[in-house]
Design a protein around this ligand. Structure first.
Ligand code: HAM
Length: 428
């Protein structure tokens, strides 16, 4: 077989969402959009493709994402270096600066869509996945950090997710991180002989990343390393306590995880993750934090920011509403001959004007085949245009679901064309 006749497949780690599952996605996304609106967040959409340097600068050159996981390429015509977004935050901040979005007021915004990371695929870890990304630009206080965590807690409750645990940490400010960095490098130098290649390379460029290692042999060393939290000054501690007090006030439990550094470099002060034990190794459903330096880093005016992203695939695995194949339509039009089909198309448009979802049969024309399709479509009624009906300018309306025939009292009825919309409106 030549290559051109071989069946083509999708890419590893990137998934098709078929109609029966798509209904679940849409249901969850509708809940999420309503939840975000209830906190005053507005939707914003940015391109999936950005200049590579946006992510190098924003996320940080010495991170797993930028070093190994981005889908980057050089545009053949322009020679520009481009990358499929591995996250939303950098692009949203870029757009906020470019369009002077904060000119009049701070902004609460969100975006939902696909992001791309070339990770090793496994359960809960994909190469194209979807995030609900939420950002608040222009607020510096701990109140907005706390509100974000509180709103997430509300979403978990609304979705009836138990078993979601909250870990928080503070990454302090630049000067505190620099002091910690010196102590950390000294500590890593003492343990140089056990470090792996990644750790050795990052030890001087980004030592905090070494603590983020996935290598089990380095866990003990990482556990014993100097903790950034112990280097925080009064202001940073006050911010951290400000978040904790507000969480205490509403009764949200959390644990301080002084080892949480997150996988992106733009964070300062508050960082947090919501984790579940129900998803195996990839249990982090949501992660976020404050990034007060990112606007300046990307060429904007100093502007504080805080946000988070939820992994939609992971959330969907926890929130599985029963799979129901959605009905394709309310009304299925069945007909005989070309004349019947033409009439069906005219009546269907009138029914759509009245907001009915209508399918006019296409394909094999035997009545048997048409009724089988009508049944499988999930429609409530079939509207039949046979020879006799056409001659009398009437349509037969047939109830397809047994529960409907019981309540409607009859299974089939002749209705003049002019009264069809009204008849169906009174009964569907
Ligand atoms: P992140 O922790 O890299 O943060 O990703 C957020 C969430 O995306 C994770 O908690 C997880 O649920 C999901 N996720 C990450 N990688 C994968 C994957 N390979 N497959 C499936 N799901 C995955 C960010 O992206 C930050 N931009 C969040 C943020 C917004 N911080 C401030 N504002």
């Amino acid at each position: 077989m030549t290559d051109s006749f071989k069946k083509l497949r999708g890419l590893t780690g990137m998934h098709d969402v078929l109609p029966e599952h798509s209904a679940q996605w849409e249901e969850l996304e509708a809940i999420i959009r309503q939840w975000l609106a209830s906190y005053g967040y507005l939707n914003m959409r940015t391109p999936i493709l950005e200049f590579t340097r946006l992510f190098e600068r924003g996320i940080g050159e010495v991170t797993d994402i930028v070093e190994k996981e981005m889908y980057s390429f050089t545009d053949k015509l322009s020679g520009e270096h481009l990358t499929l977004r591995p996250e939303f935050t950098a692009g949203l901040v870029r757009a906020a600066i470019e369009h002077n979005l904060l000119y009049e007021r701070p902004q609460r915004i969100y975006s939902i869509g696909p992001v791309f990371r070339r990770e090793r695929p496994q359960r809960g870890r994909y190469r194209q996945f979807h995030q609900v990304d939420v950002e608040a630009f222009g607020f510096s206080g701990p109140d907005v950090d706390a509100e974000m965590i509180i709103m997430l807690d509300r979403l978990w409750q609304q979705l009836k997710l138990t078993d979601m645990r909250l870990e928080i940490n503070s990454l302090g400010q630049l000067n505190e991180r620099q002091e910690h960095r010196r102590a950390l490098i000294a500590y890593l130098e003492k343990h140089k002989e056990i470090l792996d290649e990644d750790a050795k390379r990052r030890m001087y460029t980004n030592p905090l990343r070494v603590l983020d290692t996935k290598n089990p042999n380095l866990q003990e060393m990482a556990d014993g390393a100097p903790k950034l939290f112990d280097f925080l000054g009064d202001e940073s501690l006050k911010h951290y306590e400000g978040v904790c007090e507000r969480l205490d006030e509403v009764g949200i439990a959390y644990t301080l995880n002084p080892r949480m550094v997150r996988g992106l470099d733009y964070y300062n002060l508050t960082v947090f993750e919501w984790i579940t034990d129900k998803l195996g190794a990839q249990g982090t459903v949501c992660g976020g934090g404050r990034y007060d330096g990112l606007f300046e880093l990307l060429g904007g005016k100093p502007t504080p920011g805080v946000g988070f992203a939820i992994g939609l695939e992971r959330l969907l695995e926890l929130y599985r509403s029963p799979i129901k194949t959605p009905a394709e339509c309310d009304v299925y039009m069945v007909y005989q001959h070309d004349d019947g089909q033409k009439q069906a198309m005219v009546l269907a448009e009138a029914l759509r004007d009245a907001k009915f979802r209508v399918i006019v049969h296409a394909g094999p024309k035997s009545l048997r085949a048409q009724f089988r399709r009508a049944d499988n479509s999930g429609a409530a009624v079939a509207v039949i245009l046979g020879e006799t009906e056409l001659a009398n300018q009437k349509a037969s309306v047939k109830w397809l679901r047994s529960e409907d025939t019981q309540t409607q009292g009859e299974q089939q009825k002749l209705v003049p064309f002019s009264q069809l919309v009204q008849e169906l409106q009174s009964r569907i």
